[in-house]
Design a protein around this ligand. Structure first.
Ligand code: SAM
Length: 206
């Protein structure tokens, strides 16, 4: 039987899962999110980590006392590794992906924190436009979305698009979200030509 086609955006991840796992897990939540961490909701809150990789952030947030932590990861190899290395943490893992998020939507709940760390640029323009309304609807009133955009060269075998902060802000604000944080960031792994933008959006209370 042939393997099913990977979900768009995940190309290249399964083949490199072993090396990527070590790279992701070497970093901490604090190193990855820097001063943006001060704007994360305080525990106990509910967290949805979309494109969670090996669950580094999901596990760290569970350890901080967040009450519900859902990690969505479509690449089987990364998800299974995360389930193993973070087995001590109460994380609900889902094999699901953007833009549809069918299984996440089936859970029928909203989250105080939605994380999209290093994921959004794997979606093309239409997929980004389709995903933002779902992401906004999954955010609880007063809840926040943390989204990082990678800029620079595309690693071989990956599917990645140039995405501007301006486009992302316009999509988010089009869904009634408020921009709380919009800052450029150097690459934490020091890779040539790679840089980031960190964005935080809030869903208003009323
Ligand atoms: C650069 S990694 C970041 C992983 C993790 N968030 C972190 O910061 O370590 C990007 C992740 O997005 C996942 N991904 C790619 N396309 C996706 C999609 N369409 N929906 C959800 N996740 C996707 C990949 O499988 C991979 O785990």
């Amino acid at each position: 039987m042939t393997n099913p086609k990977p979900l768009s955006g995940t190309e290249g991840y399964a083949q490199e899962a072993e090396a990527l796992t070590q790279r992701y897990e070497r970093l901490t939540l604090e190193q990855v999110h820097g001063d943006a961490l001060a704007l994360f909701p305080k525990p106990p809150a509910s967290v949805l980590d979309i494109g969670a990789g090996t669950g580094r952030d999901a596990a760290a947030l569970a350890a901080r006392g967040h009450k519900v932590v859902v990690a969505v990861e479509p690449t089987k190899e990364l998800r299974e590794h995360g389930q193993k290395v973070h087995a001590a943490h109460k994380i609900k893992w889902l094999d699901d992906g953007l833009p549809e998020l069918d299984k996440v939507l089936d859970l029928d709940r909203r989250y105080d924190l939605v994380l999209l760390t290093a994921v959004w640029m794997h979606l093309d323009k239409d997929q980004r436009a389709a995903a933002m309304p779902s992401v906004a609807s999954l955010t609880a009133p007063g809840g926040r979305i943390v989204l990082s955009l990678r800029h620079g060269p595309v690693p071989e075998g990956r599917r990645m698009f140039p995405v501007t902060p301006a486009e992302t802000v316009a999509l988010a604000e089009g869904q009634g979200l408020i921009t709380l944080y919009n800052k450029p960031r150097a690459d934490m792994q020091g890779r040539d030509g790679v840089s980031w933008t960190w964005l935080i959006f809030e869903r208003p209370n009323a």
